[in-house]
Design a protein. Structure first.
Length: 144
């Protein structure tokens, strides 16, 4: 009973506070289905109206749908996915070899500066979000 009350409160509280309908997703919804737009992405969308593209079956890069944190020394399909995104998002001349080396780290840092997000040379949740968003835009690659 307590869970039902908490779930109902979670849905009704935003409705009561905003005066509008509340949107909810189930806990089983995969992250690739739920769109999350940050202020920088919204700013990009304002400059390029009508370009919001969701990640999904029509993703420009299809090496994997996993989004682990990547850093120098990482290897595998997720690195290939990130390298493909970097090539598509900003036109980087980067080998899609699955090895996160110096070139991938430097290109990641450049992308993070361009996207105005935390610059650390690692690909975590925020960088994945921006990479997939930018790479899947119809007018990609973008000049920084």
């Amino acid at each position: 009973m307590r869970r039902a009350f908490i779930a109902a409160a979670a849905l009704l509280l935003p409705l009561a506070l905003s005066g509008g309908p509340a949107a909810a997703t189930s806990q089983g919804t995969p992250p690739s289905v739920t769109a999350q737009v940050t202020s920088a992405q919204a700013g990009h969308a304002a400059k390029h109206p009508g370009t919001l593209v969701a990640q999904g079956p029509d993703d420009i890069c299809n090496f994997t749908n996993r989004r682990p944190t990547l850093e120098r020394g990482s290897q595998g399909r997720a690195v290939r996915q990130a390298q493909c995104y970097l090539r598509k998002a900003i036109g980087a001349h980067l080998a899609v070899d699955g090895n996160f080396g110096r070139a991938t780290r430097n290109t990641t840092r450049f992308f993070q500066q361009c996207a105005e997000i935390a610059v650390d040379g690692r690909i975590g949740a925020q960088t994945w979000s921006f990479l997939s968003f930018w790479a899947n835009q119809p007018d990609a690659p973008f000049d920084c």
